[in-house]
Every structure is written in structure tokens, then in C-alpha cells.
Design a protein around this ligand. Structure first.
Ligand SMILES: *[C@@H]1O[C@H](CO)[C@@H](O)[C@H](O)[C@H]1NC(C)=O
Length: 619
């Protein structure tokens, strides 16, 4: 009798307090595509799948090879896909511009945006924002764009990614870079030991495999970080979006006729390339002639960003003065001149045909590109004849493994004729990049002292970075959160075409817990697509799209079956009753023991009502 009532109460309690079974929720099936081979991403996806499962969202995971992944992304063949913003200096404007051409996940994912702010309207607003001259008005334009995305819940904002560096304590002074592949090793001071250092750098694919062609005017397999060491542009992207002088020392902008603008750059004098060539305006012009030869400015080549289309002409008005004309008041122009590729300056000696190289028949584009045609103009790619920029690090040698599959070491030497030589007496002389097959090998090499430093993402597991933070003999530094990891919703494919379903998923994912578990707490949870530090992105977007499991349940697991759910008052009553029964049972056992011992407490009651049924009332 007593046992029966207790069991009944416990069952009622469990049902009342939630422990929602999946079948209380509306069943949604979603397709989540991920790039195969990244263990951390897989682990995060696994946790997201578990969280979504709690509110009735069933995830079908498809791990795809890179080409298949890109194809699915562009075709919109997914409900959920991981993406990352590009970080400085590309956020927000270049990343947002990329949504209008078929390469990023957002290209297909935004097609389902609802009127009045459809994708076509959004694309136009983005294009317009890039031409707004006043700072305040420009901020308002971006605020409008960010609010449109926010209102339509276009992604699960996940985390802000910080990039680590772990440096042996014999080296000091390393300061984190300002963009993903900015590894400013010239800041390192050598306190003891050799001024030749070894480094395992984070590359585009994680562990370093080589530095590619190391030509300034093209893309993969070149690595951003080494291109950034070897080659410089007119300007550089500094902290908080400041544009710093580089091969130009100063500049001015003037409005000219027809809404166009003229940029006048005073170029740095006395600068040498690694091969001894001189930098001046003729070299700047040669580089511009090659990179922005008209067929190469289309979206198949360099047209992924705005500058190639906006630059109308360039000319030298003296040996050290360069004038650029822009077709309209395109505000990100200087920012885009800071990009690591494709417009960094190559020594004139390294063009096929030298300083008088023909941009059409001897273009510096890699030979593998073949040729490019626009109208009746054809560019033939001839590649470059060597590696020479003006940057702080000069390429010395690349050693390939015996199978020729990857580099084993790549060496750079401090360029002591650099215009801002940081070398000094305690700077680094040589840096040797070293190949390691696994993250575990990297960790062991750091611990043995064979390796001086790692810089970058994907070189060590997050928990190992955390471990080095607490290990004597190493200094660990992290960049500011530079890029946001997000899970993009395809707004054009059921069931993520429904705004409510997207909100359910946003509220169901416990980002902080996942970051702690899979990323050793190194990232920060975020609640917006772009970092609040990106230009014009410090907008307060409300309501916050955050973890809120009750909201997710309320949206997808409606309490329509009252027999399964009890109101709060009933739950309280049950709790009180259960406590009373447990207390009584304990008391009865005690009394029985006393009885057996011959010391009954309430002799008459126990004798006449041994199962305690009336005892509840009597007590
Ligand atoms: C540093 O490396 C360079 C290039 O490999 C080499 O010539 C030089 O001897 C090395 N210096 C020391 C002190 O090991």
C-alpha cells in the first residue's frame, strides 16, 4: 500500500517537472553539412546535434570532402552549415559583398529571406552602404543591414575565435596579430640561445604543409602568413581598423568630377626589394597593370572584392607620387589596399620580361590559370621568375619531403635593409618553419625544446593550448576574438525556411557549455553574426539570440497534453505530499524498531493501524 503510493507519486513528479520526452515536441528533420576531417568541428557538431535533439530537431549529419561541401553550400543543399566570418580587414563589407556571388554559404542561405527585405533588397542595401560617405549615415546603413539579418534569425551565432601563440620563454615580446594570418614575429626578442628560431605555423589547412608558390598576385596554395612576411602593399591594416602607412607614407582623397574620387599617395623613398631592386612609382604602376589587367578584374578572378571594379585608372605624377582614380566614393578603398593578396608589390626583376613586362602577354598570374578574356582583351598568365618583396622576411629555401608532397622546412631570413627594421641586436635572424605530421608531434617538439613556437589555429588542440598556459617555460598569447563561428541556416529549404524553426534551434544550443567542452573555453560565446569590434558592427541587436532552452521548448514542445504536464501548484503539492510520506515511512520504521526493542512510542496507534494509513491524519 505504502510502496504503491510512493511509486505513483514519483512517477507523477517526473512527468510534472519536465524531463520532456522527445515525443512531446514537433518532429523536425534537418540536414547539417560539415567539412570532413576536422575533429574539433565534428565534436562541436555532435554536441549541437544532441542539444537540438532535446527539442525534437533531428539532425542528419553529412560529412563531405571539400569539393562536395562547397558544391552543397553553393547549391543550397543543406539546412545547417558551419561558416566563419572573415575577420579583419574583411568584415563586414567584403564578407557581406561575397554573398552576392556563389561562393560562401550565405549566397544560397539567404534566398529565403522574407519580403520586404528579400535577398535582392539586402544585396542592394549592401552595395549602397559601400558608397555612403558620411560616417554616421554609413553606420546607419550597416545597422539596417545587421537588423534585417537579425530579425530573420539567419544563423546560430556560436563563438568568437581567438588565435593562439605558444612561445618558449627563451623568446619574449611576441604580440598577437590583428588578423587571422598576421604573425608578427619581428616583435620577438631573443633572451637566450640561438637567434635562429623554429616555428610551426598555423596554415589554411591547419598544420603547415608548405608556402606554395609564394607569389604575391594569386591565391592558394600560397599561405597568407608567409606572403604577408615577404610582400608589402601601399598601406597596412592596424589595430581597431586603423590604416597604417606601409609602402606609401601618406595620402589624400579628393572628390573630382562625376562623383569620382582621386587618391594621391606619397610613396616611401629609399626602399629596396630583397633582390636589390628599388621601389618607386614605376614599380607600383607595373604591379597594378598586371594585377588589374581588365580580364582579371571579373568575379572569376579578383572580382571577389570591390577594389578591382572600382579602380578606374592609376598614374605616376612623379617618381614617388601615385594617383589612383576610383569610379565612385567607395569607402573601403584604403582598407582593401591593405589586403594580403592579390595586390602586394613584387620586385620588377621578378616579372617575366622584367620592368618592361607586358601585362597582357606576360602577366604575373600563375601559369596554371592559363588565360583570361574580357571582350576583345586576353591576358596570358606567365607566372613570376622568383620571390622578392620589400617585407621584413626574405625567403631563403624550401626543402620538400622525398615524395614531394609537402615541405619539411622553409627558411626565412630577417631582411636587414627593411625600411622599419626591427631586427636590432636581440631580434630573430632566421626563422625555420618545420613540418609536423600531427598535433601530438608539435606538442612533443615544444616540450622537448626542439620547437621554439607555434602561432595559429589548428596546430595544437584547444586543451593543449590551455595546458601550455599553465606550463612553466612557455608564454601563451591569444588574439582578440577575430572571427565569429556561426551555423548558417538555409532560409530557402524546409524546415529552416520557417523563422520559428530557426529561433527554436538558436535557443536550443548551449554554446557556453560546448565551448567549454570542445574548445577548452578558449573561444567566447557570441550573439551576433559579426564581431562587435568589426567596423559599424557594435550595433545592439535585440532580442538577443541566445541559449534559452525553456523558450525553445515553449516554441517546439507545446504543452497541449495536460495529463502529461501539471501546473506549478500541483507540482508543489505533490512535492509536499511526497516529503510527508517519506518522513512518515522513516518514522514508522523507527517506531517499529522501538516496538521490536520493546519501547513503543505510540502504542495504541501502531497496534491498531500498522500500515500507518491513518497515521498521516493523526500526525
Ligand atoms: C642560422 O641559420 C643560417 C641559415 O640556415 C645558418 O647559416 C647559420 O649558421 C645559423 N646560425 C646559427 C647560430 O646557428
Amino acid at each position: 500500500m505504502l510502496k504503491f503510493s510512493l511509486t505513483t507519486l514519483i512517477v507523477a513528479l517526473a512527468a510534472g517537472t519536465g524531463a520532456l520526452a522527445d515525443d512531446d515536441c514537433n518532429h523536425l528533420d534537418v540536414d547539417f553539412i560539415i567539412l570532413e576531417g576536422d575533429a574539433t568541428i565534428l565534436a562541436i557538431e555532435d554536441d549541437i546535434r544532441a542539444d537540438l535533439g532535446k527539442v525534437g530537431v533531428h539532425v542528419n549529419t553529412r560529412a563531405l570532402a571539400k569539393d562536395d561541401f562547397n558544391a552543397a553550400m553553393v547549391a543550397g543543399d543543406f539546412n545547417l552549415a558551419f561558416s566563419e566570418t572573415w575577420g579583419p580587414p574583411y568584415d563586414p563589407h567584403s564578407y557581406a559583398k561575397s554573398w552576392s556571388s556563389p561562393d560562401e554559404a550565405y549566397y544560397a542561405a539567404l534566398v529565403g529571406l522574407e519580403a520586404p527585405n528579400t535577398k535582392a533588397v539586402l544585396d542592394q542595401k549592401i552595395a549602397d552602404a559601400l558608397l555612403v560617405e558620411g560616417e554616421v549615415e554609413r553606420g546607419e546603413s550597416w545597422s539596417d543591414i545587421l537588423n534585417i539579418l537579425h530579425d530573420q534569425a539567419t544563423e546560430i551565432p556560436f563563438s568568437g575565435k581567438s588565435i593562439p601563440a605558444v612561445v618558449n620563454s627563451r623568446l619574449s615580446g611576441y604580440t598577437p596579430g590583428h588578423q587571422q594570418f598576421d604573425y608578427p614575429i619581428h616583435n620577438i626578442r631573443v633572451a637566450s640561445g640561438s637567434k635562429n628560431i623554429t616555428l610551426a605555423p598555423g596554415a589554411q589547412t591547419g598544420l603547415f604543409q608548405g608556402v606554395g608558390r609564394l607569389d604575391p598576385h594569386s591565391y592558394r596554395p600560397n599561405e597568407f602568413f608567409s606572403n604577408n612576411w615577404v610582400y608589402e602593399g601601399l598601406v597596412e591594416y592596424g589595430p581597431d581598423g586603423i590604416i597604417l602607412p606601409s609602402l606609401a607614407v601618406s595620402w589624400s582623397v579628393a572628390d573630382i568630377a562625376d562623383g569620382k574620387q582621386k587618391y594621391t599617395f606619397n610613396l616611401r623613398e629609399g626602399v629596396k626589394f630583397h633582390d636589390g631592386a628599388d621601389w618607386d612609382c614605376s614599380v607600383a604602376k607595373l604591379n597594378l597593370n598586371h594585377v588589374f589587367a581588365p580580364p582579371l578584374t571579373t568575379s572569376d578572378w579578383h572580382g571577389w572584392y570591390g577594389l578591382p571594379e572600382k579602380l578606374e585608372s592609376w598614374t605616376c605624377t612623379s617618381t614617388y607620387v601615385l594617383e589612383l582614380t576610383s569610379s565612385d566614393s567607395y569607402y573601403p578603398l584604403l582598407q582593401e589596399l591593405s589586403y594580403i593578396r592579390p595586390l602586394r608589390m613584387l620586385s620588377p626583376n621578378m616579372f617575366v620580361g622584367g620592368a618592361s613586362s607586358d601585362p597582357l602577354t606576360q602577366n604575373s598570374c600563375p601559369m596554371g590559370w592559363g588565360s583570361a578574356t574580357l571582350g576583345d582583351v586576353t591576358v596570358t598568365c606567365a607566372g613570376v621568375t622568383g620571390i622578392a618583396g620589400t617585407g621584413r622576411w626574405q625567403h631563403i629555401s624550401t626543402v620538400m619531403d622525398s615524395g614531394g608532397e609537402h615541405a619539411t622546412t622553409v627558411e626565412f631570413k630577417n631582411f636587414d635593409s627593411h625600411w622599419d627594421s626591427y631586427g636590432g641586436s636581440d631580434g630573430v635572424d632566421h626563422v625555420k618553419l618545420v613540418y609536423y605530421a600531427t598535433k601530438a608531434d608539435v606538442k612533443a617538439a615544444l616540450n622537448s625544446g626542439e620547437l621554439d613556437a607555434i602561432i595559429g589555429d589548428g596546430v595544437l588542440d584547444p586543451e593543449d593550448v590551455k595546458e601550455f598556459k599553465g606550463t612553466a617555460g612557455f608564454t601563451v598569447s591569444m588574439t582578440e576574438p577575430l572571427q565569429n563561428r556561426v551555423v548558417v541556416f538555409n532560409t530557402a529549404k524546409a524546415p529552416t525556411n520557417i523563422l520559428k524553426n530557426r529561433k527554436i534551434m538558436i535557443h536550443a544550443v548551449d554554446k557556453a557549455a560546448i565551448i567549454e567542452k570542445e574548445l577548452a573555453g578558449l573561444d567566447e560565446p557570441v550573439d551576433s553574426l559579426f564581431s562587435k569590434k568589426a567596423p559599424y558592427c557594435s550595433v545592439d541587436l535585440t532580442p538577443k539570440w541566445d541559449y534559452d532552452i525553456e523558450k525553445a521548448e515553449l516554441l517546439n514542445c507545446p504543452e497541449d497534453d495536460e495529463s502529461k504536464k501539471l501546473p506549478a501548484g500541483a507540482i508543489a503539492a505533490i512535492v509536499v505530499c511526497a516529503a510527508a510520506v517519506i518522513a512518515l515511512t522513516t518514522f514508522i520504521a523507527y517506531m517499529r524498531r522501538k516496538e521490536i526493542q520493546g519501547k513503543p512510542i505510540f502504542t495504541p496507534l501502531i497496534q491498531h493501524d500498522p500500515d500507518g494509513k491513518h497515521g498521516v491524519q493523526d500526525l
